[in-house]
Design a protein around this ligand. Structure first.
Ligand SMILES: *Cc1c(COP(=O)(O)O)cnc(C)c1O
Length: 233
């Protein structure tokens, strides 16, 4: 295999070992934690190498970049996730390539996304993204916890969208374990109303152990596998 292939294989092994260790510590079955490899900023050739190493799900955060990569890699049959910030006038376009949209954080996105799904004649799996920042913090992406029920209902009601669960990013500062505890509670409440919203997407390169401990069913890992991303100009 190429030098890059060896690098990716080593990164993937390390992350799979970390996941196995975290599952052991949490008393969980590793089969219950899916790995989404976040390939944003990295070339399609890396995604192809990853697929050769058994990766089946990848995530991107920019529409055009993702669309181009997916087009080039159609033969791999990967499941493509979108995890980026969304503008409502761009949401419909995602349906041309995204199988899963993890970052639906306001009701305004629901109608355009559903329209895109209908146009493409497909169903899109949706995770609603919640913010774990304290109230009043510099808002990062994600719905306020109090807005989650209405947002989830809107997704559930939309033709072409399937509400599959909840997604969050831990705040930049503070203990991720505390943030993920809050998330676990929000997910339990969501599932009371929407039993099929089983997925809890949490945990990245720096905090995947804490996320597995808190019950994440899916982690999103980029740099621990691919290396540090080329910085954004
Ligand atoms: C980039 C990104 C990740 C991956 O982050 P790493 O720290 O590189 O693992 C996960 N989730 C989201 C929403 C991202 O934008």
């Amino acid at each position: 295999m190429s030098a890059r292939g060896d690098e990716l294989a080593a990164g993937l092994d390390r992350v799979r070992e970390r996941l196995a260790g975290a599952c052991r510590d949490a008393g969980r079955d590793p089969a219950g934690v899916a790995l989404t490899v976040v390939t944003k900023f990295f070339p399609a050739s890396d995604v192809r190498l990853l697929a050769g190493l058994g990766v089946t799900e990848v995530a991107e955060n920019r529409h055009q970049e993702a669309q181009a990569k997916r087009e080039e890699l159609l033969d791999l049959g990967l499941r493509w996730h979108f995890v980026g910030g969304l503008q409502s006038n761009k949401a419909a376009a995602l349906a041309s390539w995204a199988d899963v949209v993890q970052s639906v954080d306001r009701a305004k996105l629901v109608a355009p996304l559903a329209r895109g799904a209908e146009r493409e004649g497909r169903e899109i799996d949706v995770l609603v993204q919640v913010s774990l920042d304290p109230p009043g913090a510099d808002q990062r992406a994600g719905a306020d916890p109090e807005d989650l029920p209405a947002l989830a209902d809107a997704v559930e009601a939309a033709e072409g969208l399937r509400l599959r669960g909840l997604m969050a990013v831990a705040p930049n500062d503070g203990d991720p374990a505390r943030a993920f505890d809050l998330l676990t509670g929000l997910h339990a409440r969501l599932r009371e109303q929407h039993p099929r919203a089983e997925e809890l997407s949490a945990g990245m390169s720096g905090d995947l152990e804490a996320a597995v401990m808190a019950g994440a069913t899916r982690v999103r890992v980029g740099s621990a596998i691919l290396g540090s991303r080329p910085s954004v100009a």
